[in-house]
Design a protein. Structure first.
Length: 347
């Protein structure tokens, strides 16, 4: 994820930084789609989105159709990053080097997502479907922007294996747990009794949390209300990430009412506060380059091995489907196979 789509205004480019690069995000006036390009004009290195005084900006002519003009000399670049106009040199041949890198992006669920591959490869997977987004019974989320966290993203992904933190941090007694690793997906299944208002009485709070790649977590949660929550974290620089949180909630009506919206906002706030408990830990811990793992911990080692595929040079990787438990914990209450030895299966 690179932006909350609500922050992307027509005619106003947005300066963002991800993957160790300064970038510019804007909405094309012709297509209405988000466009993401590198930030610096190849002519003299001008940042395309950090200017308020140039007449290119003041006249409202920086975004024309799906193109963007440099505020310094008004060179114009199309959505693919090619320079298509140098206004003070009509008819002159435009140098082939007069281009900026463009990025593959999609707008989904009120957010803008970018595909990042340093080698320029095509996407290996697509974002998952979320039918609830277009169902009027569900109250769509608004994003909670947690800002920049000075932490490597693998330490957030570690949560998928971390069954032992649930009770001391979140007040949740875990009844079952398992982790499935399947290609580009990591799937965490867990159920427990929570001390928060996310569940009613002593009912189980059941979650199926799925990482789609290394930075988009979409979780189905069955508690007080059916819901999905999204946690997106994107590298800004080496050792820092930008983090967002959001929750979409099902109302009891065919079409959500104003009261349902208020309920959903309150429910999302409860989820945000729970996530903030993790966020506070991450903010003040030192990097866990290695984990002093004991048998009753979750399968951190298996999860980190899965995670490394996203940092390898592009090529074959081990994407076998496996499941892992934790010693002393049932794997899944819905299965007849409830081994408590933390063993693994190749499925």
């Amino acid at each position: 994820m690179v932006a909350d789509a609500a922050t992307l205004q027509h005619g106003q480019p947005l300066a963002v930084r991800f993957f160790g690069r300064d970038l510019v995000l804007y909405r094309g006036a012709d297509s209405g789609r988000p466009i993401l390009v590198d930030a610096y004009c190849p002519h003299m290195g001008t940042h395309l989105a950090r200017n308020h005084t140039s007449y290119v900006v003041r006249d409202g002519s920086q975004i024309e159709g799906d193109t963007i003009r440099c505020p310094y000399h008004a060179w114009r670049f199309d959505a693919e990053g090619r320079c298509i106009d140098i206004p003070y040199a009509p008819g002159a041949k435009i140098p082939s080097a007069a281009r900026i890198a463009s990025w593959r992006v999609v707008e989904r669920w009120g957010a803008v997502f970018a595909w990042h591959d340093p080698d320029g490869g095509e996407p290996d997977w697509e974002l998952p479907a979320l039918a609830a987004w277009d169902d009027p019974a569900w109250v769509r989320w608004r994003f909670d922007d947690f800002g920049v966290l000075d932490r490597h993203p693998v330490e957030i992904v570690d949560n998928m294996a971390d069954v032992a933190h649930q009770e001391p941090i979140h007040g949740q007694t875990v009844r079952y747990f398992e982790l499935e690793l399947d290609g580009h997906r990591a799937i965490h299944r867990e159920g427990g009794v929570s001390r928060t208002s996310l569940t009613a009485d002593d009912a189980l709070l059941c979650i199926d949390a799925v990482y789609h790649g290394p930075g988009v977590l979409l979780t189905e949660m069955l508690g007080r209300y059916p819901s999905y929550f999204l946690i997106a974290h994107t590298p800004v620089d080496d050792g820092s990430i930008r983090v967002w949180h959001a929750v979409i909630v099902k109302s009891p009506h065919e079409r959500a009412t104003d009261e349902d919206v208020a309920m959903a906002r309150a429910f999302q706030e409860q989820s945000r506060l729970a996530f903030a408990q993790d966020f506070e830990i991450w903010t003040h811990k030192r990097p866990a380059l290695t984990i002093l793992q004991i048998p009753h911990d979750g399968p951190y080692d298996k999860l980190r091995t899965w995670y490394r595929q996203f940092y390898n040079p592009r090529g074959p990787s081990d994407r076998a489907r496996t499941t892992h438990g934790v010693r002393g914990m049932p794997r899944n209450l819905d299965r007849t196979d409830n081994r408590e030895d933390g063993s693994s299966d190749d499925l």
